[in-house]
Ligand binder design. Structure first.
Ligand code: IMP
Ligand code: MG
Length: 177
């Protein structure tokens, strides 16, 4: 595996995202909704740097059922989601790849009548977008490689790495879906 973002770079990126959110919301109460499971590490770091009155919730979305590049059907479980009606909301996900997950989540959130909904992603993969939205807050733009660590997984492994690594094709092939 090659390192794409070191632990130091990762932390610098989280600090940058937090500073942008702090500047945008200041004293405005905010509800952060993390997308399970990939966002948990980012969420833990990010929310501790946020200074506005904050509520934290989660929603579950799974689209990658084993395969790395092909998109499975997207499943969203909003049962755990906090009450967001009349609140400012930021959805937080680990990575913006095709963008279908975020597009779907934004549509679901809108049904609960929030005051506003924005999106924040730690990584945005270059040249993969298939939807007409762009995330409001982005930690890093990365090349089109399959990445793991800092919450991101390959078949539920590697989420605990404190850095972001790109898997070599052989590493993916040696452990097929
Ligand atoms: P999208 O709907 O194509 O934007 O996919 C978003 C979801 O796909 C993310 O929440 C990740 O769980 C997963 N994903 C996309 N690219 C990668 C990657 O390179 N490594 C690990 N997971 C990924
Ligand atoms: Mg995910």
């Amino acid at each position: 595996m090659k390192t794409l973002l070191t632990e130091e770079q990762v932390q610098e990126g989280v600090g940058r995202m937090a500073a942008e959110l702090n500047a945008a919301y200041r004293d405005t109460p905010l509800t952060i909704v993390g997308v399970l499971t990939g966002s948990i590490v980012l969420m833990a770091d990010l929310i501790r740097k946020l200074e506005m009155p904050l509520r934290v919730g989660v929603v579950q979305a799974s689209s990658y059922r084993g395969a790395t590049t092909t998109r499975g059907s997207l499943t969203v479980n909003a049962e755990m989601m906090p009450d967001i009606s009349d609140r400012h909301v930021v959805i937080v996900d680990d990575i913006f790849d095709t963008g279908h997950t975020m597009l779907e989540l934004l549509a679901i959130m809108e049904q609960f009548d929030p005051k506003s909904v924005k999106s924040a992603v730690f990584l945005r993969k270059h040249g993969r977008q298939e939807v007409d939205i762009t995330p409001d807050y982005v930690g890093f733009d990365i090349p089109d490689e399959f990445v793991v660590g800092y919450g991101l997984d390959y078949q539920d492994a590697y989420r605990n790495l404190p850095f972001v690594g790109a898997l070599e094709p052989a590493e993916i092939e040696s452990c097929p879906p």
